[in-house]
Design a protein around this ligand. Structure first.
Ligand SMILES: Nc1ncnc2c1ncn2[C@@H]1O[C@H](COP(=O)(O)OP(=O)(O)O)[C@@H](O)[C@H]1O
Ligand SMILES: [Mg+2]
Length: 358
């Protein structure tokens, strides 16, 4: 899969950009604050409709402008034209000139996996980021998962609203409780099912990039311990006191343990970064396995932070994605990628919101 054309209008520091990209390995070179990460952000947006910086759409509008446009031509098994326009008054998403009403009709048209400094939060940050990691992967590999997740999220919200409103409408609460249990159990089952395929990949990637002898274990820890309905019954009074649904897939965790201790609490910064990269490599490999073609890799400022040994651990994935019809975009301030990487690097100079081959 690759992106053949990218078009930006009033996106971040780009007034207008039209660029054609071949498959292969693209190096985006430039000094700080020129717009390298902004290009990767736009590519990721085309794939996921979200910024990997975790900001809303308004932040991406070029200062002083009403809205932004990001469009592109994605080539996988077939070619698709994708266009996204956002302003505070209007949002438009089209696939091959047709408006998209449901996200599930769009996601998967273009697939990316981003490696960026924010990934460290996967190890250091709250459980939400790790759940999002699981959900991203399941959304992109299990038909119907996104729909299930959306319905579950709505049901939990409705249930929370009922728990807050006193006196509680018991009949309505029972009905939403049944829905939360039924949908939640399906989510838990999907998350369980993913683990046997995902965990060995995370561990293998970690082995390749960590210094020898570091042992990582990864475990899915659902917040429902036994039976969802029975567990809810046990915490009935607490739920009513706090006015919120305390257990369920929206509170699940992935435990990351280095030598049986919480990586968030005990691992060094370098070790945490290595674990975060291993999670992302596993994500890319899993998508490759399921779809038979690698996602487009977006690698932002990661190489500069890795020592030579750790960079080498990236090689198998980069080679797989950067050859054939795959595509990799990597940002650098200087040329510090592994030298044996690829014979055909395509270099681009990024300067003050412009992009030129060099
Ligand atoms: N909404 C925006 N409008 C205009 N410029 C922006 C906006 N958001 C970020 N920028 C500018 O983009 C530049 C940073 O781009 P970025 O891609 O992060 O740089 P880098 O090349 O270091 O990766 C900065 O000059 C910043 O001021
Ligand atoms: Mg940057």
């Amino acid at each position: 899969m690759h992106l053949a054309h990218l078009r930006l209008r009033d996106f971040r520091n780009y007034t207008r950009l039209d660029a054609d990209f071949e498959p292969g390995f693209h190096l985006l070179l430039g000094r700080n604050a020129q717009g390298k990460t902004n290009i990767l952000e736009a590519l990721h947006l085309l794939a996921t409709l979200r910024s990997f910086r975790g900001v809303g759409s308004a932040a991406m509008v070029r200062h002083g402008q009403p809205g932004w446009f990001v469009g592109g031509r994605a080539i996988g098994t077939s070619t698709h034209d994708v266009r996204i326009y956002w302003s505070s008054r209007e949002r438009r998403l089209t696939l091959d000139q047709q408006p998209i009403k449901r996200l599930t009709d769009y996601l998967g048209t273009f697939r990316t996996v981003a490696f960026c400094t924010e990934d460290l939060a996967l190890v250091k940050g709250a459980g939400r980021g790790r759940r999002r990691f699981l959900d991203f992967l399941l959304t992109q590999t299990v038909p119907g998962y996104l729909h299930l997740l959306q319905r579950y999220t709505r049901a939990v919200r409705a249930r929370n609203a009922l728990l807050k409103r006193k006196p509680i409408d018991e009949a309505a609460l029972d009905s939403f409780t049944a829905e939360v249990i039924q949908l939640g159990n399906q989510l838990i089952a999907h998350r369980h099912d993913l683990m046997p395929a995902l965990v060995p990949r995370i561990q293998a990637a970690h082995q390749r990039i960590a210094s020898g002898g570091e042992e990582l274990s990864v475990e899915y820890v659902p917040s429902v311990k036994n039976d969802f309905a029975a567990d809810l019954e046990c915490i009935r009074e607490r739920e009513r006191k706090y006015g919120t649904t305390i257990i369920g897939p929206h509170r699940d965790e992935i435990a990351l343990l280095l030598h049986d201790r919480s990586a968030a609490d005990y691992a060094s910064e370098g070790q945490k970064r290595t674990i975060a990269i291993a999670l992302k490599i596993a994500q890319a490999e899993h998508l490759t396995e399921i779809h038979g073609a690698p996602p487009v890799l977006l690698i932002d400022d990661v190489m500069g932070e890795l020592d030579e040994h750790r960079r080498q651990g990236f090689l198998p994935l980069l080679e797989k994605c950067g050859t054939g019809r795959g595509q990799v975009f990597m940002t650098c301030t200087e040329e510090n990628w592994p030298h044996n990487l690829s014979k055909v690097l395509q270099r681009w100079k990024i300067h003050n919101g412009t992009l030129q081959p060099c």
